[in-house]
Write a protein that binds this ligand. Structure first.
Ligand code: NAG
Ligand code: NAG
Ligand code: NAG
Ligand code: NAG
Ligand code: NAG
Ligand code: NAG
Ligand code: NAG
Ligand code: NAG
Ligand code: NAG
Ligand code: NAG
Ligand code: NAG
Ligand code: NAG
Length: 405
């Protein structure tokens, strides 16, 4: 990931509260929703018991939402590759979807927090536990969530990297939030990716999930073509999973590779809730990573974080969902560049972690629980530099994981 330092920007606070996205009245949308969904082979039906095992409640347009993030490739590069073209035949290609900023970490944070929260680089950050995130909204509604992380060495692992950098914290949208990372109960939802197959087998996939391939599979250290083959295989490997018939799946990229241009990335909607007549079509509505937030917030009536997810310009709801829900999107003609990180509360608050060295620590068995994280490979010294309002304090702490041990 590129590391850029942006200086002397106007000190806009990234977490300004704005008006919530407008939505149609529930009664007005109900019939439209039914009409649209009945076109789908897998109409959402009332299933009050669905929450029992999986936490997947009956959303208005889908019961499950999963996003899969690939890395650092330009829209034009990806769109030209056969693997992606073939996948796109099964879904709705979003031809005007945009990342929020550069480099990686602030995009992953924005995807969960509705803002880059001042993060402008890929260093070790801990977002104060009082900062809200989508994980809070999802839990407050009684829904379950997980992030599936390839090559994470243990459940809830909070180290900077593992397996020689194949797993990286900066690509983990949950653990950076201390409300998750410092809470054993919640960080148990941050799991090795192979757990997904167990969850599928047990019909226990959570309502809201995020899948992060390792830095080889996601294209970061390879190519868009490599990532295209990986994601094709990934999709094939889960394509007969039961949850998918009621799922909306977003496959996208964290950011565009070229900083000097608009931050457009390739993005595709898949899953059983895509109406049959919309498969193999495109949607040119202006979307961003905040659209993935606003779409689930509207689907499950979660409320919002009052940040980018509530900014009408940046948070159009995916059209077929917006139509089903009676949400009115805005026509964004003056498209934002989204190619720079907004300074804010976490600017200059990063740590320099000594990267835990790769060890022979095996992945935990998928039936292990979060207590297994005590055996993680990340014991070691971490130099912590905390920049406070009063100055810079440096400390050496023992990085025994999880932190609360
Ligand atoms: C829902 O769960 C209750 C209690 O377990 C059960 O009595 C009822 O039959 C279930 N309903 C459906 C539709 O499965
Ligand atoms: C949130 O927590 C941070 C760090 O502990 C603290 O500095 C800040 O004042 C808190 N903010 C609010 C609104 O409580
Ligand atoms: C670790 O990763 C670096 C590149 O990131 C690579 O050059 C090196 O060969 C890797 N080491 C092992 C043991 O895989
Ligand atoms: C990434 O995961 C794949 C399996 O999907 C594995 O073959 C590969 O070795 C992993 N990459 C690294 C760098 O560990
Ligand atoms: C940890 O998370 C659980 C589940 O959300 C919550 O009940 C508990 O209060 C949290 N603990 C702390 C210390 O915040
Ligand atoms: C799903 O597909 C995989 C491979 O494509 C196959 O091994 C598995 O048996 C299938 N499962 C079901 C339930 O059809
Ligand atoms: C963002 O894009 C604009 C317009 O191309 C360009 O002037 C600016 O330098 C870019 N910013 C960065 C940080 O690359
Ligand atoms: C990044 O996205 C912009 C906007 O679509 C596109 O013009 C540009 O081609 C992409 N970057 C490159 C080098 O393709
Ligand atoms: C998708 O649409 C293209 C034309 O836009 C067509 O050539 C292709 O056969 C379609 N694929 C499927 C699977 O329907
Ligand atoms: C909403 O997003 C637009 C486009 O990025 C930005 O210009 C505007 O300042 C944002 N509004 C608020 C209230 O933050
Ligand atoms: C958005 O606005 C542009 C410019 O006014 C117009 O050409 C376009 O048709 C509008 N698109 C939609 C979907 O309303
Ligand atoms: C982290 O290390 C880099 C490279 O040594 C240095 O440039 C940077 O200032 C350090 N950041 C902090 C927060 O200490």
């Amino acid at each position: 990931m590129r590391s850029l330092t942006f200086v002397a920007l106007s000190a806009l606070l990234a977490i300004s509260s704005v008006n919530a996205q407008s939505s149609g009245s529930a009664s007005a949308t109900a019939s439209a929703s039914l009409a649209l969904m009945s076109a789908s082979p897998s109409a959402i039906t009332a299933d009050a018991n669905n929450t029992a095992a999986s936490g997947a409640s009956v959303g208005k347009a889908f019961k499950y939402f999963m996003q899969v993030w690939l890395e650092n490739n330009d829209y034009s590069t990806v769109a030209a590759l056969p693997a992606y073209q073939k996948l796109a035949e099964q879904g709705i290609l979003l031809t005007n979807y945009n990342a929020i900023t550069h480099p990686s970490e602030p995009n992953y944070v924005a995807a969960a927090g509705g803002s880059n929260l001042g993060i402008t680089d890929d260093a070790y950050y801990s977002i104060p536990a009082n900062v809200s995130s989508i994980w809070d909204l999802v839990e407050a509604k009684g829904l379950k969530w997980k992030t599936y992380q390839e090559d994470i060495p243990s459940y809830g692992f909070s180290g900077f990297s593992a397996h020689n950098g194949s797993y990286v914290r900066k690509h983990n949208p949950a653990i950076i939030f201390d409300s998750i990372g410092l809470n054993d109960t919640r960080s148990a939802n941050v799991v090795p990716a192979n757990v997904l197959y167990d969850d599928i087998a047990a019909n226990n996939v959570p309502a809201y999930s995020f899948y992060t391939p390792n830095i080889t599979n996601d294209g970061h250290d390879t190519t868009a073509a490599f990532a295209g083959d990986w994601v094709t295989n990934f999709w094939t490997s889960i394509s007969n999973a039961t949850f998918l018939k009621d799922a909306l799946v977003l496959i996208t990229f964290d950011e565009n590779e070229t900083y000097s241009t608009r931050n457009q990335v390739w993005a595709l909607l898949l899953g059983g809730v895509i109406p049959a007549n919309l498969k193999n079509t495109t949607d040119n509505t202006y979307y961003t990573h905040y659209s993935a937030l606003s779409t689930v917030e509207q689907n499950w009536n979660l409320g919002n974080l009052g940040r980018g997810d509530a900014n009408q310009t940046e948070a159009n709801v995916f059209s077929f969902v917006a139509n089903a829900l009676g949400v009115t999107n805005v026509n964004v003609t003056n498209v934002p560049m989204n190619n720079i990180s907004i300074p804010g509360m976490l600017t200059n608050q990063s740590w320099n972690a000594t990267h835990p060295k790769s060890t022979s620590t095996p992945l935990p068995s998928s039936s292990a629980n979060s207590s297994a994280s005590g055996s993680a490979s990340a014991s070691g010294a971490i130099a912590v530099t905390a920049v406070t309002g009063l100055g810079v304090a440096t400390a050496i702490v023992a990085a025994v994981l999880p932190y609360l041990l």
